[in-house]
Write a new protein. Structure first.
Length: 94
């Protein structure tokens, strides 16, 4: 895990990790009922940048899961929550 801006203690970090795990589980369960269609060619095996609006982040996270893609994350409490979910969805971060 990368260095965070502030340290809230082990209890708060554990709670955010649990929230991330629950979010990832919920997204996998909910996403299993979705039918996602994409247009255009599939992503190449060469490096690429995926761009989406905020409203599309949840669907994009589900659609691009388990590919080892790298995502930028904020060094904040919100970033901790996102990190917990995205790592369990198969993403990586620097």
């Amino acid at each position: 895990m990368s260095e965070r801006v502030r340290d809230d203690g082990a209890g708060a970090r554990a709670l955010r990790a649990l929230a991330g795990a629950l979010a990832a589980f919920a997204l996998r369960a909910l996403g299993a009922s979705w039918r996602i269609e994409s247009s255009g060619p599939p992503p190449a095996r060469t490096p690429f940048v995926l761009v989406t609006w905020h409203r599309g982040l949840i669907v994009a996270a589900f659609a691009m899961r388990d590919r080892g893609l790298w995502v930028p994350l904020s060094l904040s409490r919100d970033g901790d929550l996102a990190e917990g979910a995205l790592l369990r969805l198969g993403f990586a971060h620097a």
